[in-house]
Design a protein around this ligand. Structure first.
Ligand code: SF4
Length: 495
């Protein structure tokens, strides 16, 4: 992937996280950290380094309001210590009172990665066992697989009506050869992300690696597009001048005329009819269109496009109702154009809910660093020595740590004199990301001793290897306990 595209299915390492802040508008997590009650150690240690719109989640946590956290796992191999970061993030949000969702992205694994259903079943079981062994509470949380969740499929279909091919092409580099299932798996993933809000809108956080950010941007976009009161919301979010207000009023009046006109054209021509019957001067209209575009809204879009090829009377009546609804909302809120953005969002959402819409809040995300491979470079599922699988024999885990690359100097003497390079050391990462657990003092001690030259790599690795062995033993014992209970859970593991 080059600078401007992040490829969620590629294997590029994001070498310079800073670019993400600048190019994609991901914010630094440090800025929101003080607002998070009892932050997780991955947050405190900067492993979770960025976020998009995490404030509403932190606020809900502080106020004991509802919020949710969701993550999907693509069952393409064994879960390893890199995946543990995401498991931990979901579990932590659950422990903070959030509704936690974990799903098996089997449709995506099948369509985007070409795995057989048998392979998927096996890996899915392994992911779930590790998630449960690490502390996910299945009684409080929700586990599902994409292919079994009818509500997700239905929502995906609706979301699909709001996205088009060129858009997916631009985001995911799709081309004429891309198969349809792959595109379907994208809208399914969008539906997963919004699924926690289906019954009730609430702040929702999706913990991801930075390579998943394109999914997040699309999901946030689609959440906004699902509002059929989009025009009201867009208008509320910027200051409209007099001409524009008049124009909007006229546009709504035109729609009302349309709704009342017995000879109104049906469906496909409805958009043209509306456009023709707007008496406003062309330049004023252009200006409104430009502003709506800026706010990410299509102008005057009462779902006509969707109805083009679905011209049942019922659908048509729904359209008329939507137009009436927007008019009513507009009349009620004409005086609220100077709301600030958050107030306008809230108002639009409430209005939408009152009128039977979804009222989705744009989903938030947090971004964690990728773990460095034990052999240097990227940690990769396809290079066994580079990672420790959560299923690895504990002794193999021990051996892998012992053979890991370090940030040590070439001689013990030099290390004592100059100190080790903990910041470039995969072994230190193991301490910070996993082996120190919640104990900041211990992680800091390892760091300080290393850079101060008091710690030498041989002993440091021995200690890490022993801790890793112990972790794997305990983890696998817990997995074994869950293995017996797995059948009782409400999730079907055979496709
Ligand atoms: Fe890494 Fe430990 Fe060596 Fe420091 S002493 S470079 S943390 S292995």
């Amino acid at each position: 992937a080059d600078e401007a595209t992040l490829d969620p299915w590629g294997s590029s390492t994001i070498a310079d996280y800073r670019k993400l802040f600048e190019q994609f508008g991901i914010e630094e997590f440090d800025e929101v950290l003080p607002e998070v009650p009892n932050p997780h150690y991955l947050m405190r240690r900067g492993v979770i380094f960025g976020h998009r719109d995490y404030r509403p989640v932190a606020e809900a946590m502080r106020n004991d309001d509802p919020f949710a956290a969701l993550s999907g796992f693509m069952p393409t191999g064994d879960p390893h210590i890199g995946h543990k970061l995401v498991f931990d993030e979901i579990i932590w949000h659950q422990q903070q009172g959030g509704d936690a969702y974990a799903l098996i992205a089997d449709l995506e694994a099948h369509s985007a990665r070409g795995l057989s259903w048998d392979e998927i079943d096996e890996h899915a079981t392994n992911y779930l066992l590790s998630l449960l062994a690490l502390g996910f509470d299945p009684d409080e949380g929700t586990l599902y697989r994409q292919s079994d969740n009818r509500e997700v499929q239905d929502l995906a279909f609706e979301l699909g009506a709001e996205a088009n091919f060129s858009e997916l092409q631009a985001i995911y580099d799709f081309d004429g050869e891309t198969d349809i299932s792959h595109m379907q798996s994208v809208v399914t993933q969008m539906a997963d992300i919004l699924y926690p809000q289906l019954d009730e809108p609430k702040p929702t956080v999706i913990p991801v690696g930075p390579d998943q950010d394109p999914h997040m941007r699309l999901a946030r976009d689609l959440a906004a597009r699902m509002r059929y009161f989009g025009v009201t919301e867009a208008f509320a979010s910027f200051e409209a001048d007099g001409v524009e207000r008049t124009l909007l009023r006229q546009a709504y009046d035109a729609r009302e005329d349309y709704a009342e006109d017995a000879d109104r054209p049906r469906c496909g021509e409805a958009a043209d009819w509306l456009r023709e019957h707007q008496p406003a001067p062309a330049d004023a209209r252009e200006s409104v269109v430009a502003k709506l575009d800026e706010a990410g809204k299509e102008p005057l879009r009462p779902r006509i496009r969707f109805l083009d090829r679905n011209a049942t009377d019922e659908a048509f009546e729904a359209l008329i109702e939507a137009i009436d609804g927007e008019k009513r909302v507009y009349d009620e809120h004409i005086d609220t154009f100077d709301l600030d953005h958050a107030e306008a969002e809230e108002l639009a959402r409430q209005v939408e809910l009152d009128n039977g819409g979804y009222g989705f809040q744009p989903p938030s995300s947090i971004y964690h660093r990728f773990m460095t491979g034990l052999t240097g470079g990227k940690m990769s599922s396809s290079i066994p020595a580079s990672h420790i699988s959560l299923l690895d024999d504990p002794e193999d885990g021990y051996d892998k740590v012992k053979s890991a690359t370090t940030g040590g100097r070439s001689t013990a003497e030099e290390q004592r004199e100059k100190g080790g390079k903990a910041d470039e050391c995969p072994v230190y990462e193991l301490y910070a990301y996993l082996l120190s657990g919640d104990d900041d003092e211990f992680a800091k001690e390892v760091y300080d001793e290393c850079v101060g030259g008091e710690r030498l790599c041989g002993g440091c690795k021995e200690q890490a290897a022993e801790l890793m062995e112990q972790f794997l033993e305990e983890h696998q014992e817990k997995r074994a306990e869950w293995e017996d209970k797995l059948a009782e859970l409400d999730i079907d593991l055979d496709s």
